[in-house]
Design a protein around this ligand. Sequence first.
Ligand SMILES: NC(=O)c1ccc[n+]([C@@H]2O[C@H](COP(=O)([O-])OP(=O)(O)OC[C@H]3O[C@@H](n4cnc5c(N)ncnc54)[C@H](OP(=O)(O)O)[C@@H]3O)[C@@H](O)[C@H]2O)c1
Length: 292
Amino acid sequence: MKIFLLGSNGQLGYEATRTLFCYGDLIAVDYPEIDFTKPRDVISLINQVKPDLIYNAVAYTDVDRAEQEPEKAMLVNCHTLGEIAKYCKENIVPFIHFSTDYVFDGQKNDLYTEDDIPNPINVYGKSKFEGEQAIIESQCPNVIIRTSWVYSMRAGGFVKKVINWAQKNEELRIVDDQIGNPTWARMLAILSAKFILSSKFETLKFLEKNHGVFHLAGGGYTSRYEWTKSIINHIPKDISVKVKKINPAKSHEFPTPATRPMFSALNCEKFENTFSIKIPEWETSLKLMLEG
Ligand SMILES: NC(=O)c1ccc[n+]([C@@H]2O[C@H](COP(=O)([O-])OP(=O)(O)OC[C@H]3O[C@@H](n4cnc5c(N)ncnc54)[C@H](OP(=O)(O)O)[C@@H]3O)[C@@H](O)[C@H]2O)c1
């Protein structure tokens, strides 16, 4: 099976490249070989590759910058996605795509299920939600995996940021009013591959019954403050840090261009029931990642 992975240098894409090579002939590309601001070029490349399955890890993920450039966020996270979905519908190609907990407004104060109605409160969340809609409306064979608080040791992730802050500061102030599920990119890559069966035919057959939105994130949930404490507790001994104290703070003390949902943790029981598995607790994954 020829698998075309889009976005191989991102947190998820990097790990997916190192997982999906076991699932078929993997062709993995990233920017600038593939540029989602140029939908025609993207489709032309897909036409050349003629994949049996498309796995998309490309996204415009800069939540704050999206407020300043909504057109680009919509182009990358929605419009180009819609074009790929159309290709997948016309050519009967399974399409695995990722979305976010930020499609929700965070007002439920309980875990979000796939049946809850999205109501994004920032440009990024809106662009991701409209991307989901574009895929669903195309009626291509699809899986849309909503995940949350993705981290890895690749640039940009929260865990790496905390380690950098801990190396430079004796005290940290971290918000305790944002709740989500920390998700190790490696775990996400491994578990998302459960949707890829032995052949295109088998995968299509499976997707006939199991398509649409699935929540998949680290088990349990926590606040950014508790997550930070756990990161610091498990930092490998060979990384020397200055930090001595971590203080809780509130989101309003750190104004950002984009508003974040306060409680956006995902309920992943649909995924667990579909595959008869228990997703590992977020702290188990974190410890494993920090052990290297
Ligand atoms: N990170 C999170 O906390 C989080 C939370 C919930 C959901 N998600 C979703 O999970 C998925 C994976 O996220 P991630 O954390 O792995 O994201 P990431 O690390 O930001 O990776 C995104 C990838 O997309 C590429 N990309 C961005 N703009 C592009 C463009 N115009 N053309 C081609 N490639 C482009 C990036 O390339 P460059 O590096 O060259 O820009 C990068 O390789 C995404 O769908 C995201 O929305 C993430």
